[in-house]
Structures are given as structure tokens and as C-alpha cells.
Ligand binder design. Structure first.
Ligand code: GLA
Length: 371
């Protein structure tokens, strides 16, 4: 849990009644870029969380402070009931009240203090964790009756409707419902989910490359458009409807769309195989599937970058490592590594060291947590 220092709460919220909402970041184990084609995903939560402290404010203007932003950008104002997008981090906070109000909930003015341990632009859902934590804080402050599944849906609307970023459903659901030591097997077509235990023989490492990405622009949007184009050309409702048996039918598509569709179809198959491997406690198989996922994201979906490929290769060369891949939206961000229990920390440190020395990056080991 992220602690917001008491003096920060007193400085910004005074002695008003304060409630704190928390939500973790997430790391996707496998099932990447499938959630906007109705496919399967398999994320879990990371120990790093975002904390949002809120107190009611009877005035017109609401204020928010974020200790996780550069000093000159730490403060922002907004008006509950007249939320307007500002293209800054405060949109995640005012977007939460806007979406709650649009859904008929009674939300008044409030001030907020934010602190996050989830690095921005790292592919670990810093934004969904901020939105879910804000919604949880407002739920408590205004005694709203909303369960976490509904809250996840509202969180998604903050990003898609208020902010206008074309994210899929995985992140808000993973941050709102994900559970430590379990993989969240989510079917993004009907939103059914199950928690699958991660065997105690396995350990996960997550290393942020420090190369940050933005989903608002460029590659992510383009991949979604390419999937839409492939969907239309193949005459299906969503790429999720296709399986490995349909791979040959992709010949009718232009080369690029063939590659994109091939990734989605094979990745969905890998998620199902990964769930089966987890259930059988076959962590060697799970590692191999993660490796195959990386190759597909690199060669078919073209969302990796050379630095990340190198970090993945270094990870795979470490003792006890069973598989490694890029995780999240891509074009930078983090890698996720599967190792046998007890080996993840050393492997992660070795990857970070090499990323610093060889690639000149400023990596950060997030899992297992470092002191
Ligand atoms: C981002 C999006 C998710 C998902 C991943 C890729 O994290 O927010 O919805 O599409 O990229 O798997």
C-alpha cells in the first residue's frame, strides 16, 4: 500500500474527514493486444499501488495535488459538475467525478492528494490504477453503492469517454479485480473472469525499461485501426472469432494485416494454453508460451523495440528463467519474466544492470520489490 505522508494530507486537506482509495498497477502475463478484439488476457497485479486521499469541499473549485508529478505540475484545479478535459493528469481525477455523475451518482466537490508507486508510461497501468483508486476514494467519501466490477467499467469510461484514449477493457478490470499470486483470466468479449492461482514454484519479475510510451498517439491507435480493417476484410464481427484453423484464410489480406491478425489469433490460443499450464502447474510450458508471445509481438505485431528485445534476451539467459516478454501496450515500457521460485530477483537485477551498462537505459526493477 502506498502511504501518503500525514503532513501532505494535513497541508492540503487540513483536518477534514479524509478517506483514501488504493489500487494496484498490473502486469499482463500473456494475452497482449487482444482485448480490443474481444480476446483473452491474463494479467496479475503488482505490489506497487496508487493512493488517492480525498476530502469533501463545499466551495466551487476542487483542487488536486500529485506528489508523483514534476514540482511545477503538481497542482491542478477543476469544478465538479463542470469537468472539462485539460489534457493533464488531473483529467483522471475530474474524469472520475464526471463519469460518476453521468452514471447518476451524487458526487459533490472534493479535494484530492495523490501518490503513486506505479511508474508512468511503463506499461503497468499507472493510469488505470489512478482512476480506480480515485473512484474507490469517491465511493467511500460519498457513500456510493458500487461494486468493484461496476467500478472497473466506470474506470474504463473515464479513459475512453472523458479523456478519449482508445484503451481496451483489460487495465481497469485488472486493477479493480486482480489479486496477488493469481492470474486473472478474462474473456474480454463477455467480461467473464476467473482467478487462477500462480503456482508457488514460479516467481515473476517485472523490469521497467524506463523508455516511456503514450497510448494517446501513434502505434497503439494504428494497431487498433489495423485490427478493425482486418476484421472488416475477413467479414467477421471480431478477430476473436477466429482460431488457428482459420490462419490459412488470412491469405486474402494485405501482408501487414495478415501479420496483425496472425498475432491476435495465435495469442488467444496461447492464453488458453497458458491457463491450462497454470492449472497443471506446468511453469516450463508457461515460460515457453511467454517466449512465443514475445516473438509474435516483435515479428507479427511490431510493437517491440530493440532495447526491449535485448532486455528479453538477457533475461532469458539468466539462471532459472523460464520465459520473458514485453508486457503492456509496447513501444517501450516493461518486460515480464517467469522464473523458478527464488530466482526472479537475481535475474531481474542482472537484466537491470545490463540495461544500464550495455544499453544506457535507466531501468527499474519493480517485481520482486527492491528496497
Ligand atoms: C494497453 C491498453 C490495454 C491493452 C494493452 C495491450 O495497456 O490499455 O487495453 O490493449 O495495451 O495488451
Amino acid at each position: 500500500m502506498t502511504e501518503i505522508p500525514h503532513h501532505d494530507i494535513i497541508r492540503h486537506l487540513g483536518h477534514r474527514r479524509t478517506v483514501v482509495g488504493q489500487a494496484p498497477g498490473r502486469v499482463n502475463l500473456i494475452g497482449e493486444h487482444t482485448d480490443y478484439s474481444g480476446g483473452f488476457v491474463l494479467p496479475t497485479v503488482i505490489p506497487q499501488t496508487t493512493a488517492v486521499a480525498v476530502a469533501a469541499n463545499a466551495g466551487v473549485a476542487s483542487r488536486a495535488w500529485s506528489a508523483s508529478m514534476p514540482h511545477d505540475a503538481q497542482q491542478a484545479r477543476f469544478v465538479v459538475g463542470e469537468e472539462t478535459r485539460s489534457d493533464g493528469w488531473v483529467d483522471y481525477v475530474q474524469g472520475a467525478s464526471a463519469v460518476l455523475r453521468a452514471a447518476g451518482h451524487d458526487v459533490g466537490g472534493f479535494d484530492a492528494v495523490i501518490r503513486s508507486e506505479v511508474p508512468l508510461g511503463s506499461g503497468l497501468s499507472s493510469s488505470a490504477s489512478l482512476v480506480v483508486a480515485t473512484l474507490r476514494a469517491l465511493r467511500d467519501l460519498f457513500a456510493l453503492s458500487i461494486d468493484d466490477a461496476v467500478l472497473a467499467g466506470l474506470a474504463r469510461r473515464v479513459e475512453t469517454d472523458f479523456i478519449g484514449v482508445p484503451i481496451g477493457v483489460m487495465d481497469p478490470i485488472a486493477c479493480a479485480i486482480g489479486t496477488a499470486n493469481h492470474a486473472l483470466f478474462l474473456d474480454t468479449r463477455d467480461l467473464s473472469w476467473q482467478l487462477v492461482r500462480i503456482p508457488s514454484t514460479a516467481e515473476i519479475a517485472v523490469i521497467n525499461s524506463g523508455i516511456s510510451h503514450s497510448h494517446a498517439t501513434g502505434g497503439y491507435r494504428l494497431r487498433r485501426e489495423e485490427c478493425d480493417a482486418a476484421t472488416r476484410a475477413l467479414g467477421v464481427h471480431a478477430l476473436r472469432e477466429l482460431t488457428d484453423a482459420d490462419l490459412r484464410a488470412l491469405d486474402v489480406l494485405p501482408d501487414v494485416l495478415q501479420k496483425r491478425a496472425r498475432h491476435i489469433i495465435t495469442e488467444n490460443g496461447r492464453v488458453l494454453a497458458a491457463v491450462e499450464a497454470l492449472r497443471k502447474r506446468d511453469i516450463v510450458r508457461l515460460g515457453a508460451l511467454m517466449d512465443a508471445s514475445h516473438e509474435s509481438l516483435r515479428d507479427q505485431y511490431d510493437v517491440s523495440i530493440p532495447e526491449i528485445d535485448r532486455m528479453v534476451a538477457i533475461a532469458r539467459a539468466q539462471r532459472g528463467v523460464l520465459g520473458a516478454r514485453i508486457t503492456g501496450g509496447g513501444f517501450g515500457g516493461s518486460i515480464v519474466v517467469l522464473a523458478t521460485a527464488g530466482q526472479a530477483g537475481k535475474a531481474a537485477d542482472a537484466v537491470a544492470q545490463a540495461a544500464r551498462d550495455e544499453l544506457g537505459l535507466r531501468p527499474q526493477v519493480l517485481v520482486p520489490p527492491r528496497k
